[in-house]
Design a protein around this ligand. Structure first.
Ligand code: ADP
Ligand code: MG
Length: 674
């Protein structure tokens, strides 16, 4: 068996399972082997029933078991079977229940002696939800990010099948010397223990190895890019007097941070090397004006500037502002425009009649020909998997490149992630901005909070967001609130105009809802994290976050940035049923700080880089997925090892570096770009 064989070649993975795996982006044995579990349940030992905590996943021994019962409560007007059985150990009793799974009855043992594991819910007595029975504790069980048609048990069995086909020979990718110097385990051990670790220690060893290796490769790639950039000729632009002229057009006075970065941009654009700069700024810090400045410098030099936004509504927002500043030298190009309009815009771009070009991904689609593209800017783009910019870049000869990110990343991590870029940090907010008052809302105050929001909407005419951690209910996380269920609940409870928006909707539909919200036709928007990115709706002054514990700190800060965009009093309410110290601690961080860099730093310290990196879609970049597995010490050690290898004159080390570049250069384009 070869690690690159297709999953369908394996016994035990039929077309149905293969299809579900395909939806997760998993096609080969390699894909599945490197698909990291998002968590593990430590089920090596049974817990005592009297020590169970709310929300945890646990296993208990069954010393006694009653007869199962089936009830048919009415749910949404439909009678739904509810199977339950009570078990006991020497410390107490526990009710196990299963909703809408009548077939579970046959799996319930008649006699004590075995074990049951599942999610613990202490909100209505001592309950275990959707438990599984087993004769002995199963050890540490992986928990994977899943899709419809693929359950945890099924996923585990697929991974087991693939692991059982694995042989150590020919698998190892790191030279022995590197492995022993940095105390890294073999790849076969790492893969086995990534999925089914024999202990938490073994899991850490496995993650360290995988994370180290990927950081090593990633650094080698980025450093070689940086090297390449030093030998690329760009065009030197005239920047004398540009800043003063630009500032005189603005309706506000730039902050000192904005001034500093404008200077950095000027220097880059005046240099004969292409600009490769990332601007990291907290939400609302005023990055847009900086992008406009760079566009302005290009235009003053007779060149075109392209600004790419992730959504049509953001592109429109930028376009409206550019129109005000530069009149009909600005154009907008989005996929939803009429064909005739598009043609006219394309013609204007080609003839060079326009300088300020804003769009979505339609900017990189086949038909766009630039007259003289001098700079490419991406706004609020997530860093990875952004192939677009390379394509846009290929439409001009080494244009300047400016990237704007609203995710504050601590310096230590920034060095690894953006090793090939020059980074500018915008830390201060324009003055006069009121911080968003952030409050923790315990479960017993949840109803009051929604009443309060309803009242605020009616009395102050403001708008509100409710953010949920997932789209639909999922048997895997029974205690989290899904956007669909919260939407349903609030529609019944509250007398305001409510809409639902989430990432599985078509982009057109999403844009339409966002526009209606922006135009004030919707009072309350229930959403997933899709609203994280950029939109300015100054009248939205309240945000409530459901199941706060399911979000990362940095992400919560990002979300919170959607409110507090005007001089109105604004609030962010953080709901959580969790009573764990670490969750309350994180909530406290948000309640007390409004500084994104400070918050990201805290995330990195307490939860490692995974928290900052782990919120992207799987498969965007193998490297970044792996970086998220381990701690900063490992990442730094790997980075230093890469830098050393690149400097080495030893033939075998040079050969290794060459091999890495060969093996991964096809991924270079993906990384190069953003
Ligand atoms: P972000 O960095 O999140 O992209 P924006 O560029 O959208 O932030 O700026 C947020 C708001 O602040 C905008 O309405 C913008 O006009 C305003 N703004 C930007 N810079 C300043 C400043 N120096 N003084 C006052 N308002 C500013
Ligand atoms: Mg912005």
């Amino acid at each position: 068996m070869n690690i690159d064989d297709k999953l369908t070649d394996l016994k035990g993975i039929g077309p149905k399972r293969a299809e579900a795996l395909g939806r997760l982006g998993l096609f080969s044995m390699r894909d599945l082997l490197f698909y990291s579990p998002r968590d593990h349940y430590d089920l090596r030992e049974a817990k005592k029933i009297d020590s169970l905590t709310h929300g945890e996943y646990a296993i208990v021994a069954i010393n006694e078991i009653d007869k199962p019962k089936v009830a048919y409560p009415s749910i949404n007007g439909r009678r739904t079977p509810l199977v339950s059985v009570t078990v006991a150990d020497d410390t107490g009793r526990l009710r196990c229940s299963w909703f809408n799974q009548p077939y579970i009855r046959t799996a319930i043992p008649e006699n004590p002696g075995g074990y049951v594991h599942g999610h613990v819910d202490l909100s209505r007595g001592k309950v275990m939800v959707n438990g599984s029975f087993c004769p002995a504790p199963p050890g540490m069980l992986p928990v994977y990010p899943l899709t419809k048609g693929m359950g945890q048990a099924s996923m585990r069995s697929c991974v087991k099948t693939v692991l059982s086909c694995l042989t150590d020979s020919g698998l190892e990718t790191l030279p022995d010397k590197v492995r022993s110097k940095h105390s890294l385990c073999r790849l076969s051990y790492a893969l086995e223990n990534l999925h089914f670790p024999i202990s938490p220690e073994a899991l850490a060893i496995a993650k360290r190895r995988l994370s180290f290796e990927n950081t090593l490769y990633f650094t080698i790639l980025l450093e070689s890019l940086k090297e390449r950039a030093l030998h690329t000729e760009g065009i030197s632009l005239e920047t004398e007097g540009a800043a003063e002229a630009f500032v005189s057009l603005l309706p506000f006075k730039p902050t000192s941070g904005q001034y500093r970065i404008m200077e950095e941009i000027s220097r880059d654009m005046a240099s004969h090397l292409p600009m490769n700069r990332l601007i990291q700024g907290d939400v609302g810090s005023g990055k847009t004006a900086l992008a406009f400045y760079a566009m302005y410098v290009a235009a003053r030099n007779g060149r075109q500037a392209a600004l790419m936004a992730p959504t049509a509504i953001l592109a429109e927002q930028h376009y409206e502002k550019l129109r005000k500043l530069f009149g009909d030298k600005a154009v907008l190009l989005t996929g939803s425009m009429k064909k005739a309009e598009q043609r006219a815009v394309l013609e204007a771009i080609k003839s060079g009649g326009v300088s300020y070009i804003v769009g979505t991904h339609s900017l990189i689609e086949g038909g766009v020909e630039f007259n003289d593209l001098g700079i490419v800017i991406t706004d609020e783009q997530h860093r990875f998997g952004v192939r677009q910019r390379a394509v846009l870049g290929s439409k001009a000869q080494s244009p300047d490149v400016l990237i704007m990110s609203a995710t504050p990343i601590p310096r230590t991590l920034s060095l690894i992630l953006y090793g090939d870029l020059d980074v500018s940090k915008l830390t201060e907010l324009p003055h006069g901005r009121r911080p968003v008052a952030t409050r923790y809302v315990p479960p017993d105050k949840r109803s009051d909070m929604y009443r309060y929001i309803e009242k605020q909407i009616k009395e102050r005419g403001i708008q509100a967001f409710v953010v949920c951690p997932m789209i639909e209910d999922n048997e895997d996380v029974p205690l989290a609130c899904s956007a669909e269920s919260v939407f349903k609940e609030l529609t019944e409870k509250l007398d305001v105009k409510i809409e639902l928006i989430h990432g599985r909707m078509k982009p057109d539909k999403r844009d339409e809802i966002m526009k209606r919200f922006r135009d004030g036709e919707i009072d309350l928007l229930v959403s997933t994290t899709v609203i994280e990115v950029g939109v300015d709706v100054p009248n939205a002054c309240i945000m409530a976050v459901e199941a706060t514990e399911r979000f990362g700190l940095a992400q919560l800060h990002q979300l919170r940035g959607r409110v507090g965009r005007s001089d109105k009093e604004s609030y962010c309410f953080l709901l959580s049923e969790s009573r764990s110290d670490s969750v309350l601690e994180r909530i406290k961080t948000l309640v007390t700080s409004n500084n994104g860099f400070e918050i990201a730093e805290k995330d990195l310290l307490t939860r490692g880089p995974g928290e900052l990196l782990g919120q992207r879609q799987h498969g965007e970049s193998q490297f970044i997925d792996a970086l998220a597995l381990s701690d900063m010490d490992t990442l730094n050690e790997a980075r230093n090892a890469a830098v050393e290898l690149l400097k080495s004159d030893l033939p075998e080390e040079k050969a290794f570096v060459r091999e890495v570049l060969n093996r991964y250069s096809h991924q270079l384009e993906n990384i190069a770009i953003n």
